[in-house]
Design a protein around this ligand. Sequence first.
Ligand code: NAI
Ligand code: MG
Length: 479
Amino acid sequence: MIEKRQFYINGAWVDPAEANDFHVIDPSTEEPCAVISLGGKADTDAAVAAAKAALPGWMATPPAERIALVEKLLKIYADRAEDLAQATATEMGAPIDFARQSQVPSGTWHLTNFLKAAKDFKFERPLNDHTPNDRIIYEAVGVAALITPWNWPQNQITLKVGAAAIAGCTMVLKPSEQSPINAMIFAECMDAAGFPKGVFNLVNGDGPGVGTQLSGHPDVDMVSFTGSTRAGIAISKNAADTLKKVHLELGGKGANLIFADADDKAVKRGVLHMMNNTGQSCNAPSRMMVQAPIYDQAVEIAREVAEGVKVGSAHEPGRHIGPVVNELQWTKIQNLIQTGIDEGARLVAGGVGRPEGLNKGFYVRPTVFADVTPDMTIAREEIFGPVLSIMKFETEEEGLAMANDTVYGLTNYVQTQDGARANRLARRLRSGMVEMNGKSRSAGSPFGGMKQSGNGREGGTWGIEDFLEVKAVSGWTPE
Ligand code: NAI
Ligand code: MG
């Protein structure tokens, strides 16, 4: 079993102030796979103090030098890809091939995009062409607390660390206690890249402990958080006393509007997208809304596709989906599937209980419900498992209203071959992202939500700007 009890503070691996062992569970086997420590106030304080001490030097470091260190990090990250993939598979249950091909490369992608954005980013610029004595200076927000989840761990860590580092922020990362080992390998990459001591610190811990200590800490200037809406609210309240800048990437309940003129792969694509990462993505297209003329046919396709999705251990190669992250999530998903049945949705694939032949491990049956109505719990709550809710609509206006009828607003999806209609919907859907006809967003595109899906944007130029303050100067002497 892996033992990694130390934290990375001020450029060194150090013991926790007090022993507080925590067992990391492998969701494929339900067995412990690692021991870490949960930190306490003394550890949080030490990490924040290191970040605070390093801030003036790091802010004054020319952007080109900060960018060069992130370039070095990217190379080291690529060298450690297999270690990162193994850790991710073991601690959060992403099948090893998926960890290698999607989870870990998401980090490479974000770091690469930040480097591209950073090279063109003007940290100092005139207000406009006619104001030589006005200067706009983009300056680091300060000490940033980065609190990340377990579902796409390297995706979230690189989105935050890469942007913060380029912006000139110093930072304390608290990864999810459900998936801390890949984060500690990432910290080893930061160490090997040679960032000045104190620029990057890692303290393991849980929400009530280190998470809360960070969000309320007087010397933390900003919290960047990805996770549940529940925790996002708790963090916002706790951060309010010191008026921190709070950046939130929270849950979602994405609509996938499939019109009668959609391409013939649209339904299949939507189901597979839902099942991807065992349904544990904030941008999952979890409400499939199908126009009446193709509704029955779509339900039949969805049933076939879901029944074809294989479930298995994260340690086995192949294109199957793995278990969900832990027992708590497994139980929550089971309860929501039962609620769907109880509230009268039509179960067309999957259901409660483990898939056949899997008696141990947090495995969920790929599940599809049809005839879901907007008032049902499974149409409203984020399930965060391989569970699709199919709903019927008649007109564009009705489909749009149903899609927007949610507290969330992260990603919505549109499938139609009518380009004018697609564009109309893109303008009217209330979400930070709209993806149409299976086309994914390009490099450097901003990721983030509206409404209770959060605020701020991650990735590319927007991601860097979120870690920057804008300073307006007058009376500037042109140099
Ligand atoms: P969570 O929000 O509790 O955990 C995410 C991170 O927040 C972890 O690092 C955790 O230690 C930390 N945390 C928890 N409470 C905190 C607090 N009060 N103050 C500071 N930090 C805190 O998420 P959980 O319980 O693992 O998952 C529950 C649900 O959250 C999922 O079913 C899903 O709906 C949603 N979720 C959304 C994610 C996203 O990508 N937006 C990622 C993970 C979960
Ligand atoms: Mg685990």
